[in-house]
Design a protein around this ligand. Structure first.
Ligand code: PLP
Length: 467
């Protein structure tokens, strides 16, 4: 399988190179040159597979000859054996044709574990074969950092440096990152906000000369194609459980960078009968505004009760635009360049293709709390704030009550105890058993000022001895 850039001017790469790259050299994102497409009969034949077996069926064509089949099977089954639920991604019913897909049974209680457990193992396998060491550098507002650290904690060939804004991530999120022991794990609490952290990472990727010779930076945010690939699987597993491909299914997805819902778009293009994809956002609603008015316009960042969706621009939306523009890379490049300094619209045909599948809804903090309270009252089921936004958007946008509507529950409520208390719960939700001592574990992190030189010097001086 070859991968091409959404902006059409970077060289095509194989899976192994794409795994170890960030952005394409033309500023675009890598996508598969062509998608595998499956007939209804083929999809139906997967109904008896367990999660890891299904994951192998979906993932294998994307990896193809980069990894030997038996090794890939072992990597996948080990990745999902880390989840604390036998079904890996279980469905819970809320009401008539209304479902929640629980994606929070992984080690860090958010859906990002689905991709990052796999990614860490893929890195180590490929790097072992290449006898190469790499440096992962990433910025996090919470969930990505902990999932990446958990995914890479056992990697022999990776040093991982995660920047978080000092004092601005929740205590659970911070402790999930800073209590993981390992010589290759480095938590940097940077004085500044999340955007400052991300700017430091971007500038470091652009000029990597601060690294010792022979080392390169690798990205773990959702511009990394392998993360998207892993997320396609649970659209298939849940839809199969609900009767697909003999009936259609719809999904509502709490959306930030558009990585999770883009995987649903791919599942649909691969042949899964998905009727509707609902983009659920908080007040950082650039995609909702686009879907309403065909205006793609940046607004200031607003801090919300659903911090993992606090974004100004959804970087993976470019991947969907590439398909919506019928894979015209130069048109996407032209649009994205104009978007750097102005509000843009897309041609009507492109917009209509988007609206045929995507709906959207934006939910503010107050309504988020009401939904958490209301679903608890009606079902004694506790949603985290991100998932509550998904449930609300699903209810507002559904077109057809005879089609099952599945909301992706992207985090466990115990990750966001403050919001849950604000919603009127008497007590903080309890952490799952494997994390019950999180508040007793020793933390390890370095507080740094926000200067590029400080951060880069820290990284250069703390890469573990790998010779
Ligand atoms: C990362 C995250 C999201 C947003 O996912 P994207 O792929 O960035 O759209 C939603 N909810 C939670 C809990 C997350 O951690």
């Amino acid at each position: 399988m070859k991968y091409i850039s959404t902006r059409g001017r970077a060289p095509a790469l194989g899976f192994e190179e794409v795994l170890l790259t960030g952005l394409a050299s033309d500023g675009g994102l890598y996508v598969p040159e062509s998608l595998p497409e499956y007939s209804a009969a083929e999809i139906a034949s997967w109904a008896s597979l367990d999660y890891a077996q299904l994951a192998y069926r979906i993932i294998q064509p994307f990896v193809a000859d980069a990894i030997d089949a038996a090794d890939l099977r072992a990597i996948i089954s080990d990745s999902y054996a880390q989840f604390r639920h036998d079904a890996v991604a279980p469905l819970v019913q809320l009401g008539h044709n209304e479902w929640v897909l629980e994606l929070f049974h992984g080690p860090t209680l958010a859906f990002k574990d689905f991709a990052l457990q796999l990614l860490g193992r893929l890195f180590d396998y490929i790097l072992e074969r290449r006898q190469q060491h790499v440096v992962i550098m990433g910025a996090t507002s919470g969930d990505t950092g902990s999932a990446a650290i958990e995914g890479c904690r056992h990697c022999k060939h990776v040093d991982i440096f995660i920047l978080h804004p000092h004092g601005r991530v929740s205590e659970v999120q911070r402790r999930q990152m800073t209590t993981v022991a390992g010589a290759n794990i480095h938590n940097l609490a940077v004085k500044g906000n999340f955007d400052d952290c991300q700017a430091l990472v971007k500038r470091s990727f652009a000029d990597q000369s601060f690294l010792p010779d022979g080392l390169q930076l690798v990205a773990v945010n959702s511009i990394n194609w392998a993360r998207i690939m892993a997320q396609i699987v649970y659209y298939f597993s849940s839809a199969l459980s609900l009767g697909a491909p003999h009936r259609a299914v719809s999904f509502s997805v709490p959306t930030g960078n558009f990585g999770d819902i883009y995987a649903g778009w791919l599942a649909r293009n691969m042949g899964l009968p998905i009727e509707q994809l609902v983009i659920a956002t908080n007040r950082n609603d650039i995609l909702h505004r686009f879907m309403c008015q065909n205006r793609y316009e940046k607004h200031e960042l607003i801090h919300s009760l659903s911090p993992s969706m606090d974004i100004m621009i959804s970087s993976n939306f470019e991947r969907a635009l590439f398909d919506l523009y019928q894979r015209d890379g130069s048109a996407v490049a032209e649009l994205m360049e104009r978007f750097n300094h102005q509000t843009v619209a897309v041609p009507d045909a492109v917009f209509q293709r988007a609206r045929a599948v995507f709906d959207s809804f934006a939910v503010d903090d107050q309504r988020t709390l009401e939904v958490i309270r209301q679903v608890y009252e009606s079902n004694e089921y506790l949603l985290d704030p991100h998932s509550a936004i998904g449930v609300e958007a699903a209810r507002r946008c559904r077109r057809n009550s005879s089609t099952p509507m599945v909301t992706l529950a992207t985090a466990h409520p115990a990750k966001f105890p403050d919001a849950v208390i604000q919603a009127g719960q008497a007590e903080e939700p309890t952490l799952p058993h494997h994390m019950s001592d999180l508040y007793q574990r020793a933390e390890r992190y370095e507080v740094l000022d926000g200067k590029l030189e400080t951060v880069q010097a820290f990284i250069a001086n703390n890469i573990s001895d790998h010779s």
